[in-house]
Design a protein around this ligand. Structure first.
Ligand code: ADP
Ligand code: TRP
Length: 328
């Protein structure tokens, strides 16, 4: 019998979550919790490749769980857990690494980018995609909602699964590992940051989901614009303000702003104010839920424990199959 579609994604607890994380990954992931069996985890093993502050790692992990719940993750529908509560993934990562060509990992953009930005070329950073493949494959995942920047990692995961299946699969027992598919939202492929580049924790260009009002306003007001004077027409197609507005405003509202851009007579400052108001209102229900959760701190730990239980039971089953297939 075909089981439910299994949906899986992870997010690194390397900092404070921003609206790029929300629109690129969290919102689609939360929407998918109604379409199958969802498993979402906090990628703390992965975070170790860049974060070496144990207190910060622990605190960020708790905060990611809190923010995910505040944004609408329903623990009755989706399991939420820490990656490190399923240590079997490191065993699977080892097995996968034995069939992964170094040349495949050398082509990974994310590794090359991190090195170009000054990261030390640690072995763990290099094999990051192998651990990520293990995260995905250990739950027989079918669909993996992620932002566009993770597309290549998904391709690597599929490639590794195929190699395992070709090497160890058998006519009688069938495939060892299930082939996952990336689910990338076209309209929010890349959410721009306040400098117009991809919004990212590591670029210092974020608008945080749960910053306070003053902070969010300040970030929105510092969106980089050109020096077109107030009265002159402006190009809505290249504007970060319009792109971000489109994430939170209705179609008509976006069209109205675009029209005002083209007409001229309105300065960037006014458009930024409109954007701020919309953004602030958009996240109001989530802020409310977050305050409620904060009043019941034990709730977060109990959700994570329950999620880890579910994740472990699936992972144990898959590992049994893998160990048998490879001869351990
Ligand atoms: P960051 O680049 O801020 O460190 P992560 O790499 O931890 O973010 O990304 C977590 C998830 O959020 C991934 O699925 C990623 O694709 C998505 N994501 C991050 N930034 C953006 C963005 N600017 N636009 C769309 N999705 C994003
Ligand atoms: N690499 C992902 C990121 O930086 C996080 C991640 C780790 C992940 N393991 C995963 C995402 C498995 C999806 C599936 O965003």
């Amino acid at each position: 019998m075909k089981r439910n579609v299994r949906i899986l994604s992870g997010i690194q607890p390397t900092g404070i979550l921003h609206i790029g994380n929300y629109f690129g990954m969290m919102r689609p992931a939360i929407a998918l919790q109604d379409e199958g069996e969802a498993l979402y985890f906090i990628a703390d093993y992965h975070a170790l490749t860049s974060l070496r502050d144990p207190l910060a790692l622990r605190e960020n992990s708790r905060r990611v769980a809190l923010d995910f719940l505040a944004c609408g993750l329903n623990p009755d529908k989706a399991a939420l857990f820490r990656q490190s509560d399923v240590p079997q993934v490191t065993e699977l990562a080892w097995i996968l690494s034995t069939v992964t060509p170094v040349s495949r990992l050398e082509l990974a953009h994310s590794y090359k980018d991190k090195i170009a930005r000054g990261a030390t070329a640690a072995a763990g950073l290099f094999t990051y995609p192998v651990l990520m493949a293990a995260d995905i494959l250990i739950y027989d995942s079918d669909i993996v909602p992620v932002g566009k920047d993770q597309k290549q990692h998904l391709e690597i995961a599929r490639d590794i699964a195929t190699r395992i299946n070709e090497t160890f699969g058998s006519m009688r027992e069938g495939q060892v590992l299930n082939l996952p598919e990336a689910r990338i939202q076209a309209q929010t492929e890349v959410v721009p940051g306040i400098d117009g580049q991809k919004m990212s924790k590591s670029y210092g260009n974020t608008i945080d989901i749960f910053g306070d009002e003053k902070e969010m306003r300040k970030r929105v007001m510092s969106i980089v614009t050109d020096s077109t004077p107030v009265e002159a027409p402006k190009d809505p197609d290249t504007s970060t303000i319009v792109q971000l507005y489109a994430l939170v405003a209705s179609k008509e509202e976006v069209e109205e702003m675009r029209e005002q851009f083209r007409k001229g007579g309105c300065g960037y400052g006014d458009f930024k104010k409109q954007l701020f108001e919309k953004l602030w209102d958009y996240f109001a229900p989530m802020r409310k839920r977050r305050d409620e959760i904060l009043r019941h701190q034990d709730y977060i730990e109990s959700v994570l424990a329950q999620g880890a239980g579910r994740a472990n039971s699936i992972a144990d089953g898959v590992m049994k199959r893998v160990r048998k297939a490879v001869g351990l």
